[in-house]
Design a protein around this ligand. Structure first.
Ligand SMILES: C[S@@+](CC[C@H](N)C(=O)[O-])C[C@H]1O[C@@H](n2cnc3c(N)ncnc32)[C@H](O)[C@@H]1O
Length: 262
């Protein structure tokens, strides 16, 4: 099946949603404590943007924090909900289906955060600005934002064939999921565009296949800090992805921006 989802937030459906947790089962992002510490130092309820299947949201709820989630994909949100309900101490997360670029939840939050560079799925600086304006309008006075971003790639990304990006073998169900990525020419200058193909394989045969386009926009840390400041956030800190030390321009490939709504 070729589902040419190009609009933002329309990609995490079908095999990708179904296989998401299995793909990441052996990856340690080591980022839960980053957001937990930020939430702990603030007041009120937190909101996780692009919360997906709840990789961070559910452990935060289990630890007793008040956190809600927002994501554009109802399939990812449904998985988050069912995983929460299956936990030994059942959790029923408050979830909102909405796009980060433009949302209105009718509530204010003490902390709003976005992990694993999901914010780079917003494909232009203008759309990021729009999203930051929405974020600010949902943030309590003196509330905190924490946004994890990937640095722009140092090399010009060139179209270079399909590469296996992830594989998950579920032996008990005799299922394998494979995720292939292929860099293609971008439509928007300054972005990276990839075709992602997810396959469901049973008894060695591909029984289903979904294809989507993903566009990543990775502003430089300086450019992103400038944008955050333009929107009106203050006390802006540019940190390493663990939020522990200042960002190192020579070494770090990811950054975390933490800032306040004055
Ligand atoms: C890489 S996953 C991250 C999920 C989760 N935060 C985690 O760390 O595992 C990216 C998530 O962003 C969501 N997403 C993509 N574009 C979005 C948008 N424009 N607005 C809201 N959510 C979006 C996807 O549906 C997906 O769940």
């Amino acid at each position: 099946m070729r589902a040419e989802a190009e609009s933002t937030g329309d990609q995490y459906y079908g095999i990708l949603a179904e296989a998401y947790d299995a793909y990441l089962a052996s990856t340690d992002f080591n980022d839960l404590s980053v957001y937990e510490n930020i939430i702990r130092s603030g007041d009120g309820t937190a909101l996780e943007l692009a919360c997906g299947t709840g990789r961070i949201l559910l452990p935060l709820l289990e630890a007793g924090h008040s956190v809600e989630g927002m994501d554009s994909s109802d399939e990812m949100l449904a998985l988050c909900l069912s995983k929460g309900e299956a936990l030994p101490q059942k959790q029923t997360p408050v979830l909102h289906q909405s796009k980060m670029e433009n949302f209105e939840l009718g509530a204010k939050f003490g902390t709003i955060f976005c992990a694993v560079a999901s914010f780079t799925l917003i494909p232009t600086l203008e759309a990021m600005e729009q999203s930051l304006i929405c974020i600010m309008s949902h943030l309590e006075k003196n509330g905190t934002i924490a946004i994890n971003m990937d640095c722009p790639s140092t090399e010009q990304s060139k179209p270079a064939g399909k590469k296996l990006a992830r594989e998950a073998v579920l032996s008990d169900r005799n299922i394998t999921y494979r995720c292939w990525m292929e860099t293609v020419s971008p439509i928007i200058v300054g972005t990276e565009r990839q075709i992602m193909t997810n396959e469901l394989i049973m008894s060695g045969e591909v029984v289903r296949s979904d294809e989507v386009f993903l566009t990543f926009f990775r502003p430089s840390p300086q450019e992103f800090v400038k944008l955050i400041s333009k929107v009106g956030f203050r006390d802006i800190q540019l940190l390493d992805c663990q939020g522990k030390r200042p960002f190192n321009f020579d070494k770090d490939r990811e950054y975390l921006v933490v800032a306040k709504n004055p």
